[in-house]
Design a binder for this molecule. Sequence first.
Ligand SMILES: *Cc1c(COP(=O)(O)O)cnc(C)c1O
Length: 403
Amino acid sequence: MPSTELHLLGTKDFVALEDAYGAQNYRPLDVVIERGEGVWVYDVEGKRYLDCLAAYSALNQGHCHPKLLATLIEQARKITLTSRAFRNAQLPLLYKDLHELTGFEMTLPMNSGAEAVETAIKAARKWGYTQKGIPENQAEIIVCENNFHGRTVTVVSFSTEDQYKNGFGPFTPGFRAIPFGDARALCAAITPNTCGFLLEPIQGEAGIILPPDGFLREAAEICRENRVLLMADEIQSGLGRTGKLFAYMHEGIRPDVLIVGKALAGGFYPVSAVLASREILGVFQPGYHGSTFGGNPLACALARTALRILVEEKLVERSAELGEYFLARLKKVQSSIVREIRGRGLWIGIELDTSARPCCEALKQEGILCKETHGRIIRIAPPLVIQREEVDWACDRISKVLA
Ligand SMILES: *Cc1c(COP(=O)(O)O)cnc(C)c1O
């Protein structure tokens, strides 16, 4: 179709085209977004919506942040990709920024979140064999039930969700699932061959599930005593979403391996990374692991700016303050269909007694975009640049829909 005709297309036309030619591995709301700015997006009909999903927290810095846009253009004019066969002038600076912000000694850059999870698994296994003396091919990693760590075959191998797995086997062995938040089960699952415990400090896709208080501290202690690497997947919970830079900070612990992605480049680019000590990431020698695009200069320049925005605009503090306000306001909502409202920072789960999809459709009519997770849970996760008046605006509409 000539591009001159495209501006005549409306929502229905785009939906029809998408359904005709695209694989149907998602069931999106029928809103066709054309542009965005901060917390707001605009559809092809010109209607405005408050984005309360923020691309599963990849947009903590808001849509089309002007500083990220400037970085994108500036860096794209210079150079975008070198491959790791050569060095580039952005990657070392990102390493340094990440080290100074997080305190971790080393970084290994990748692109998607799932790739970073795979990288962490490889690191833990190799560490298990070379440092802990686990017999070859016997390494085990403990994970939590209802986890979400991505969609590759190895990652879905340790999912407990049928629809993520059915028909995709055979699966990668070497994983064992325990109930999330159960320190006793963690102890019981550890064997001499356990190299790592991989978890989301707060489970996102499962529906913003907070572990019992003290669990992270206990888990860290158990891992330390048994020489098991504690691996925190903070792809969704990290970079300010929960009101701390990382969710593990709520219990004053530090994981051995930290996995980040999503908001690391503020929605402009897929950038992920694994952070750990020299002892752990040192297991990778030249040729052991890699990625054509991982660590490319455009990705690194964007990630550096995205991190700077988090700090300069105090987005972590904003998430803590406005998240508390948002949660308190939502908890006052009178509704017969709400079972529980919980959250931390600007990451709130509203669990209903009924399907959440009709609520998400109704919220869309009111100008709020949310996506249900696990059928009955509405996740509220706006960009962290949201203002108090916008929180009020959203609360009024959410209250109306829930009532
Ligand atoms: C989104 C997500 C991933 C996967 O990231 P992709 O970039 O989609 O591969 C992994 N872990 C968690 C906790 C996530 O939220």
